[in-house]
Design a protein around this ligand. Structure first.
Ligand SMILES: NC(=O)N[C@@H](CC(=O)O)C(=O)O
Ligand SMILES: [Zn+2]
Ligand SMILES: [Zn+2]
Length: 345
């Protein structure tokens, strides 16, 4: 048996939803993770500091008995967002990032930004006060192929924005391409990227070969194998600009298994087992702590957690449910398509 003790990890991109779904999923995160950057794409979205404060209370209220977990709140950027409200949210310690969803790019993003010029006053204020901008980095232009949307976003939105406002700290979330990795590596400052668990494991074949597999569909959509390999290399490199954001995004099965299934993969429950497997495969178990527990806090200006978790490699595969029952309905758990042997003690 091998074992590995690391600082308690954090999740720098998480969807917890609300109501019954929130109650059904939060324990899967708080069991292993100490903190998470909480995505604001509720219906309606979390747009003001007051919304974020209410949502944070609902999250803490849903936490299982005995669990300790700190939700790090974010605001959903709109063309009407008030810079003063954002600044108050940051100064009070509540708000850790503002999230840019290009309108229509992903789940519940129709209220997102259409014209980035309209968001400039907020972005300028964020640059001034040192507040992070998290971006869903895909263009939504219908002419652009869905597999190219991240690369085109970098050229037409992200790079111009960084030139215009070099002092703005930007997290390119759920990077799925080697273009994204190269772009982050080449940046001199103020740019980092989060990587999901599933994009380190699947390529686009998982969605399309042998029948259409809705539980492997998420946005940004998984790309070809060469991109997956680039993501893996970045994750295990130890480069402090890359860290874990699971993007665990629960949807009930009926909304995924239908003619127009929604995007999102649920990985909170087995992420640490999956990551230990990936890092071991890459001969880089010694880099798992940097990726899951150290680089993220450093980027967000927080201390790493004092507590630790221990992962042990077992003979028998680790059991995890195929689906969880959430009260809102069943949610299928990410199946990495290989047995998992690393267990969190
Ligand atoms: N990643 C996804 O496929 N879905 C996310 C939205 C997002 O992070 O883009 C969701 O909220 O379901
Ligand atoms: Zn996204
Ligand atoms: Zn997400």
């Amino acid at each position: 048996m091998r074992s590995l003790t690391i600082r308690r990890p954090d999740d720098w991109h998480l969807h917890l939803r609300d109501g019954l779904m929130l109650r059904g999923v939060i324990g899967d995160s708080s069991r292993h993770f100490a903190r998470a950057i909480i995505m604001p794409n509720l219906v309606p979205p979390v747009v003001t500091t007051a919304d974020a404060e209410d949502y944070r209370s609902r999250i803490l209220d849903a936490l299982p008995q005995g669990h300790r977990f700190e939700p790090l709140m974010t605001l959903y950027l709109t063309e009407q967002t008030d810079p003063d409200d954002v600044e108050r949210g940051k100064e009070s310690g509540l708000i850790h990032a503002v999230k840019l969803y290009p309108a229509g790019a992903t789940t519940n993003s129709h209220g997102g930004v259409r014209d980035i010029d309209k968001a400039m006053p907020v972005l300028e204020r964020m640059a001034k006060i040192g507040l992070n901008l998290c971006v869903h980095g895909e263009v939504t232009t219908p002419e652009v192929d869905i597999f190219d949307r991240e690369a085109v976003f970098i050229d037409t939105v992200l790079d111009p924005l960084r030139r215009r406002l070099p002092e703005l700290k930007i997290t390119m979330e759920h990077v799925t391409t080697s273009d994204g990795i190269d772009y982050i590596r080449a940046a001199d400052k103020n740019l980092a990227g989060s990587l999901t668990t599933h994009h380190l494991i699947i390529n686009r074949n998982a969605i399309l070969v042998g029948g259409i597999k809705p539980h492997y569909y998420c946005l940004p959509v998984a790309k070809r194998e060469s991109h997956r390999l680039a993501l893996r290399a970045a994750a295990v490199s130890g480069d402090s600009r890359f860290f874990l954001g699971t993007d665990s995004a629960p949807h009930v099965d009926p909304l995924k298994e239908c003619a127009c299934g929604c995007a999102g993969i649920y990985t909170s429950i087995n992420t640490m087992s999956c990551l230990a497997h990936v890092f071991e495969e890459e001969g880089a178990l010694d880099k798992l702590e940097a990726f899951a527990s150290l680089n993220g806090p450093a980027w967000y200006g927080l201390q790493p957690n004092d507590e630790t978790i221990t992962l042990t490699k077992r003979e028998e595969p680790v059991a995890y449910p195929e689906k969880i029952d959430t009260g809102a309905g069943p949610v299928t758990v990410f199946d990495p398509m290989f047995p998992l042997h690393w267990a969190v003690e």
